[in-house]
Design a protein. Structure first.
Lengths: 332, 354
């Protein structure tokens, strides 16, 4: 067991180093970085010379775009990354780790609430659909679930905004706080309510987009379990159908569900880039979008590595969870 | 491989046992026809097929009809004059200390953003293009990109997955670690970096951006096909027919690509069909962010981007004819592909039917 975990951890490290080389190469290939964007006007007016710009780039290790130069700056990045320093974001003029720590919680809140809602709505629906396989309930729920997954997030957001923000005027259109409202220093609850009100639509978008997948996953697993021998035994014993479904079958459906949940790690902490951007919610996804557009290389690097780490550790955890939850699974 | 006897044949073969009757009384159905039969039995797969056929006709035959009947294409600008009232109000405090409200009502002539009419079923957009026609051209782009990308992904996946699955050992280790690395890259952020790079290099003409886009989408998506093929081949290579193939002494390359890969094709077709929708969503997301197909070419994503509330609420609130149809078409296409994919999966392997 311990050997297996160590082997997997080393492998994960290897994958992450490979991924970091790729991401670093890619972001260094971006022809216009933040320094170019910021100094373009000064260069034009003559208040800065090309040498000044190059000196600035030298300072941040962005000057040498040859293969050797990129590798050199990559290794210095890697060394400081191991000590927990991901560099300094140009756009937000703060350390990258500080930006991540500041904006991650809003993304996490949105993602977490929408997952809870998804689970509450989708799992009972999936179970009911599996029990009534090919019945009218199964068809309706499956079709609606698939329609939900077929929506691009920006289109669903625009539709909800049009109906609920503009036509009905129930929810605010953009942002996290009402700019025109002034709160006193002690009105924490009012501020909280205001923020919560702004997050209703984004949470709704993520929930609608996600329900389909969870529901179909539950349904597939439930059907597999319902066709197994021990369920026939349970029925043969004369147990009531509800006990068979909700006690005997449902428990085993939880195995793949629990392991699939750890695969959600990146989307839970990585932010929903498009939805946050459309609703202009200052979560980590929106920040990363702005940084990418403006060529803020240290932040791009830090954010993408953060996502890769989340993905790799999610896979690792789900494999380990599988062994913990399901005693039939043996190590290979 | 498989034969199906119909009910009548079973009863009749029992009666005349030793006569040459079987010729008339039983029917051999090829596996392909059985798959087709099972596929068309499902209402959802037929619905999916109808949706996809509709979208294909709309985007590939539609422009020809428009061009033949009215003689214009995607970039024809229409200036349709209409008079729009503009009311601006402002508050000011007069010299007497009271607050007055000032109204300025003026009539302006607007050329663009025409409402739906007989000539232009969905009106015209902010640049005066006919929206209905642009929907067709946008569909061409989306469908073309998704099919080409899936095709490339599948080819790369078959070659690398086939090699990894057949040779095992260090070949497998090497290829699968590369797959792991690509699979752990965050899709959308990397696509953003790549597209931003391409659109800022001026040496690349805007019309060529779409080819780069296809290459990037392929780069980020081939790992799925490789994993499927590898898994299938690991399973298949231990079976007896492969032993038989080995004893005939054929070349390794033939063993992989003539005996192993064809057996994995049903799985591949299913995953490719289910993957088409995902690519369409990726492509339209990039177009929505202005990093996909460049203006003035039409794309469904960039048509919805007109409603982006950060650029002003006017279109989002007052001109649903500009952005809702494009979104509906995306949903129809993605849904159609997933219905067909599900239908195919059930048809290829009834045991997997869920």
């Amino acid at each position: 067991m311990l050997n297996y975990i160590i082997k997997r951890l080393l492998l994960a490290l290897l994958i992450l180093i490979g991924a970091s080389i790729l991401i670093y190469m890619l972001s260094m290939l971006m022809p216009a970085d933040y320094i170019d964007n910021q100094t373009a006007a000064a260069l034009q007016s003559g208040s800065m010379t090309m040498e000044d710009v190059m000196r600035l780039k030298q300072l941040y290790g962005l000057a040498d775009k040859s293969f050797k130069g990129i590798m050199k700056s990559y290794f210095s990045w890697l060394l400081s990354a191991f000590s927990g320093d991901l560099g300094h974001s140009f756009l937000y003029s703060k350390p990258v780790t500080a930006v991540l720590a500041d904006y991650i919680w809003i993304s996490f809140t949105v993602a977490f609430i929408s997952y809870i809602l998804q689970i509450i709505i989708a799992i009972p629906m999936g179970i009911k659909a599996a029990v009534n396989q090919y019945g009218p309930y199964d068809y309706t729920v499956s079709v609606f679930a698939m329609i939900g997954t077929a929506f691009p997030s920006f289109f669903l957001s625009a539709l909800l905004m049009n109906v609920f923000s503009i036509r009905l005027g129930i929810f605010p259109l953009l942002g996290l706080t009402t700019a025109t409202k002034v709160f006193g220093p002690n009105e924490h609850f009012a501020i909280f309510l205001d923020k919560a009100w702004h997050l209703v639509l984004p949470i709704a978008v993520l929930t609608i987009l996600g329900i389909g997948g969870t529901m179909r996953f539950t349904r597939t697993n439930m059907l597999e379990v319902l066709n197994s021998d021990y369920i026939r035994t349970a029925r043969a014993k004369g147990l009531p159908e509800s006990t068979v479904v909700y006690k005997h079958a449902f428990r085993n459906t939880l195995i793949p569900l629990v392991t699939s949940l750890s695969g959600l790690l990146p989307s839970l902490f990585g932010g929903a880039m498009i939805t946050e951007t459309v609703f202009a919610i200052p979560g980590i996804g929106y920040m990363a979008y702005r940084a990418t557009i403006q060529g803020d290389i240290p932040f791009i690097m830090g954010y993408n590595m953060f996502l890769s780490i989340l993905t790799v550790s999610g896979m690792l955890i789900s494999d380990l969870m599988y062994m913990v939850v399901d005693p039939r699974v043996k190590l290979s | 491989m498989q034969t199906e006897y119909n009910e009548k044949s079973q009863s009749s073969t029992e009666i005349n046992d030793n006569q040459a009757a079987p010729k008339e009384t039983f029917k051999v159905i090829s596996p392909g026809r059985m798959v087709a039969k099972r596929f068309f039995k499902s209402k959802l797969s037929i619905a999916g097929l109808i949706m996809i056929v509709f979208v294909f006709l709309f985007s590939f035959a539609g422009p020809l009809i428009i061009n033949a009947t009215w003689g214009y294409k995607e970039l024809q600008v229409f200036r349709i004059e209409r008079i729009s009232d503009m009311v601006t109000t402002a508050d000011f405090v007069g010299p007497d200390g009271r607050t007055y409200t000032y109204f300025d009502k003026s009539k302006t002539i607007v050329h663009f953003k025409a409402p739906p009419s007989k000539e232009h079923w969905l009106g015209t957009d902010t640049s005066g293009f006919d929206i209905f026609t642009r929907l067709m051209y946008g569909g061409r782009i989306s469908l073309l990109i998704s099919f080409i990308v899936i095709f490339l992904e599948t080819i790369i996946g078959v070659i690398l997955g086939g090699l990894a699955g057949y040779f095992g050992k260090w070949v497998d280790q090497l290829i699968m670690r590369i797959v792991d690395i690509f699979a752990c890259l965050p899709g959308l952020p990397i696509l953003l970096i790549l597209s931003a790079t391409i659109s800022s290099i001026e040496a690349i003409p805007a019309e060529h951006r779409i080819y780069y886009l296809m290459a990037f989408l392929t780069l980020m998506g081939w790992t799925g096909a490789a994993r499927i093929i590898r898994g299938q081949i690991l399973m298949l290579r231990e079976q007896e027919f492969m032993m038989a193939a080995t004893t005939t002494g054929i070349k390794t390359i033939h063993k992989i690509f003539k005996h192993l890969v064809p057996n994995a094709i049903p799985q591949l077709i299913v995953s490719a069909t289910l993957g088409l929708g995902g690519i369409i969503i990726y492509e339209s997301t990039l177009s929505y962010l202005g990093l996909g197909v460049p203006f003035p070419r039409a794309a469904w994503g960039s048509m919805i981007a007109l409603a982006d509330p950060s650029k002003g609420q006017e279109i989002l609130a007052n001109y649903p004819n500009m952005w809702v149809p494009a979104g509906v078409l995306i949903v129809i296409t993605v849904l159609g592909f997933s219905f067909i994919g599900d239908g195919l999966r059930d048809a290829f392997d009834p045991r997997m039917k869920r």
